[in-house]
Structures are given as structure tokens and as C-alpha cells.
Design a protein around this ligand. Structure first.
Ligand SMILES: [Zn+2]
Ligand SMILES: [Zn+2]
Length: 176
């Protein structure tokens, strides 16, 4: 089976964790993980209580182009891992296999998601990430307009406004 990224290198059996087998590429250091094995592993192995690393410090090499599943040659689907990071995990839904680029397993561990992979591949998760992104973009636009130092004031005001129970009355008053 050839590596979906390097296409020439062969995938070799390895273990990415104790009891979690994968097929890995020696060239790009990516791994193909069977989600069938993975689910069993996630059910039986406990997640570490603490994340080993700060997610932004994990070095990864995310494949940007579409990957072809090394088993069935169909295009794999890309799933974003988090709103803050650009990394995407490639999944072949027909073969139930996930492709992790170099460092992405460590990244999932750092995000404390290493035991929650199937959740990432749900519409609900992906929708939440999109909302996070929209919120970040809106915040960035606001910061450009009113200055970064004023954003916390607006955020404080917004939480207070929500909690006050008089949001509409206050907004109507302010709009005058
Ligand atoms: Zn490779
Ligand atoms: Zn496939």
C-alpha cells in the first residue's frame, strides 16, 4: 500500500500508541489509522489526564491538497480539528480509515482529542468549528475598527448585557 502523500513510498505497519496499530510512511511520517481499531483502542485505553503539550507548539505538516485513499483510491474527506488551527484530518468513510500527517497525532493529544476522533468527523463538530471561526473573524474586524485594547470592554459589556435580562431594552436605549 502506497503513501497517499508521497505516492511512491510504501506504508509500513507500526504502532502509534501502545495497542494502536497504524500503517506509517517513513518519508513523510504520516500514518493511516484504521478507525475500527481506533474506536476499540479509545474505548479500552484511558486518556491522559493532562495534555502533554501546548497545541500551538506541536510541529505538524498538514497536507493541503486532496488525498486519495491508499486502499480504495477514492478521495478522502477533510475534517478540521479546531477553529484555531489549520490542520485537517483526512478520512475515507468507505474504508473507515483516517490519515494523520506528521505530528497530527501529537496535536490531537495536545488538544486532548486523541480519544475523541470520531466526534471530529460529525456535522455538529464541524459546525461548531465554523462558528468559532466566524466569531474570530468578527472579533478581528472589531479590533481593527475600535482598537485591540477596547475589545475586552465590549466583550465584558456583552456578557453583562446577556446576563442583565434586559438586553433588548438596553440596546434600544443605546441605538437612540
Ligand atoms: Zn509519505
Ligand atoms: Zn478508502
Amino acid at each position: 500500500m502506497k503513501c497517499p502523500r508521497c505516492s511512491t513510498a510504501d506504508l509500513k505497519p507500526t504502532m502509534i500508541e501502545e495497542y494502536l496499530p497504524a500503517m506509517s510512511c517513513g518519508t513523510c511520517e504520516g500514518s493511516l489509522v484504521s478507525l475500527l481499531y481506533y474506536r476499540h483502542w479509545a474505548e479500552t485505553q484511558k486518556a491522559a489526564a493532562e495534555a502533554p503539550k501546548e497545541p500551538s507548539l506541536v510541529e505538524t505538516s498538514d497536507s493541503s491538497g486532496a488525498l486519495m485513499c491508499p486502499k480504495c483510491s477514492r478521495f478522502m474527506m477533510k475534517y478540521k480539528v479546531s477553529g484555531r488551527l489549520s490542520n485537517r484530518v483526512d478520512v475515507c468513510t468507505s474504508c473507515d480509515e483516517a490519515w494523520l500527517d506528521r505530528g497530527e497525532w501529537e496535536l490531537l493529544e495536545a488538544l486532548q482529542l486523541s480519544h475523541k476522533m470520531p466526534a471530529i468527523f460529525t456535522d455538529e463538530w464541524q459546525r461548531r468549528i465554523r462558528n468559532e471561526l466566524t466569531e474570530q473573524t468578527r472579533r478581528a474586524i472589531l479590533a481593527r475598527t475600535i482598537g485591540e485594547e477596547n475589545v475586552p470592554k465590549v466583550e465584558d459589556f456583552r456578557s453583562w448585557l446577556t446576563e442583565s435580562g434586559h438586553k433588548t431594552d438596553i440596546l434600544v436605549y443605546l441605538y437612540k
